[in-house]
Design a binder for this molecule. Structure first.
Ligand code: EPZ
Length: 445
């Protein structure tokens, strides 16, 4: 397949944000068992930050196993607006960040894609100045960035926010960030990534205490080290970065998406189907696998990077979302759909985001028995959900509603697919490949 410049690709495949008249919806006919093996795509939340990290390099970088998602296309458009030259060939992105203007991040795109804000660290440490819009809040919470800003200030940056734009520059003659010891009040994934990238080219040593430990942090550190950065401790609460003068070109493969994999494991459990997934890094899924086994399923590691889900009688359990290695907040909605038809009582506590229980109302529309009090959802399992028209409110909620539709009796219509298309590559094709009965149609409501 010939290389495509990203501008042409984004025009062809951007999923439309449509109005009601010709809105794409998913029609799902529940009750069909699944079987077979599904291929897991590259991790969205790694690919996005690696794309930001490519701005550190004054040569070109090649990323492979990049998922084809709306968020990836948006990030490509943002990097292109900053001056990067991006070509896409299948799952390979070639990013040439030689000519970058660090003040050209487009307001409308950055405000729609939080991950693009993480580029602030890379741009500031390479150019000594940056101008980038605040990412703003979203359906699941206010999404502040004070931990990112405090980290950069600790490294010697002047940061001020005016009319929704964050402007930062580096004090001192050589306008180079200085290594610092930074304690994160909360193990924020994005703040850890911002500071880590900023520290790669800073003068001296930076220590991040109470750092996030997610696999995507490790992937970013491995990517930066492959470019010549000096980083130790990624994946632990303490990361040490020794600044270098310059980074070089790299060819790097994105890790598999642990949240997509977890979503498919739940698809097998909720439809009581035996399915296999590959490639998967099973240690990235320890809390999800543990909880699936608690509710009565078995998860078997087969040959290196393949996992098999063996369904079982579903019994309720309690879930509390926590920073990695705790149960991932990005799997909370999907697991709640499963607990809705698991026998007995379950409690789901969302401790990471302040507004990430909006899928409850839609699951209730399908007959789920859930009561919300604060950030806790109290679930009493029902024997069967019933298909209904439902509205997705955010990315992982949309996945939860699809899973609920697969298990429900009758037809479910899921609206708000622009949320789903941000984070799942060809979800309906992959589910159809497993025998699910669903299709994307244009509703004429
Ligand atoms: C990343 O978001 C992921 N996004 C999210 O995935 C994921 O849910 C989240 O990490 C937690 O694992 C990407 O990687 C692109 P945080 P991020 O900073 O970095 C608060 C998905 O569905 N906070 O760890 O924004 C924040 O408000 C998405 O794929 C501050 O208060 O998450 C939240 O309550 C959704 N101040 C908590 O920390 C800050 O400066 C966790 O946020 C930063 C964060």
């Amino acid at each position: 397949m010939e290389d495509k410049t990203i501008s042409s690709v984004s025009k062809i495949t951007q999923s439309p944000l449509t109005n009601k008249e010709n809105e794409p919806v998913l029609e799902i006919w529940g009750g069909h068992p699944l079987s077979g093996t599904v291929t897991i795509s590259g991790a969205k939340n790694s690919a996005l930050v690696l794309m930001a990290g490519s701005l550190l390099c004054p040569e070109d970088c090649r990323l492979s196993n990049v998922p084809d998602l709306v968020d990836i296309r948006r990030m490509s458009q943002i990097l292109t607006a900053l001056g990067a030259k991006i070509t896409k060939n299948g799952d390979i992105l070639n990013i040439d960040a030689r000519e970058i203007n660090p003040t050209k991040a487009p307001y409308d795109l950055v405000s729609q894609l939080r991950a693009s804000f993480f580029a602030i660290g890379a741009l500031l440490t390479r150019f000594g100045t940056v101008r980038i819009p605040l990412p703003g809040g979203c359906a699941i919470g206010a999404r502040p960035v004070e931990l990112h800003v405090k980290g950069l200030q600790a490294m010697g940056a002047n940061v001020f926010i005016d009319s929704g734009i964050v402007q930062a520059n580096v004090k001192g003659r050589n306008s180079r960030l200085q290594g610092a010891k930074i304690y994160l009040d909360y193990p924020s994934v994005g703040a850890t990534e911002t500071i880590l990238m900023a520290a790669t080219l800073a003068e001296g040593e930076t220590i991040i205490e109470n750092a996030a430990q997610e696999p995507e942090i490790v992937d970013l550190a491995n990517f930066c080290c492959a470019m010549g950065a000096k980083i130790r401790g990624a994946g632990t609460k303490k990361i040490i970065i020794s600044g270098v003068e310059r980074l070089h070109s790299v060819d790097y493969r994105v890790i598999p998406d642990r949240i997509e994999a977890g979503t498919f494991l739940v698809a097998g459990a909720i439809t009581r189907s035996e399915i296999a997934l590959s490639p998967v890094i099973s240690e990235h899924l320890i809390p999800v696998i543990a909880k699936l086994e608690t509710v009565g399923c078995r998860v078997i590691a087969e040959s290196g990077d393949c996992l098999k889900l063996i369904p079982g009688a579903l019994k309720g359990t309690d879930i509390e979302t926590l920073p990695y290695p705790g149960f991932p907040t990005d799997m909370q909605a999907q697991f709640m759909a499963l607990l809705s038809i698991s026998e007995g009582n379950s409690v789901v506590s969302e401790t990471v985001f302040e507004n990430r229980l909006r899928h409850v109302a839609e699951l209730q529309r399908m007959g789920a028995n859930i009561r919300v009090k604060g950030n806790h959802a109290f679930i009493e399992g029902v024997p069967m959900l019933s298909g209904a028209p439902v509205m997705a409110t955010d990315l992982r909620a949309s996945a939860a509603l699809v899973l609920a539709g697969l298990a429900a009796q009758g037809k479910t219509i899921v609206r708000g697919l622009h949320h789903l298309d941000r984070g799942y590559e060809n979800l309906e094709d992959k589910l159809q490949g497993l025998g699910a009965k669903l299709e994307r149609v244009i509703s004429n409501q």
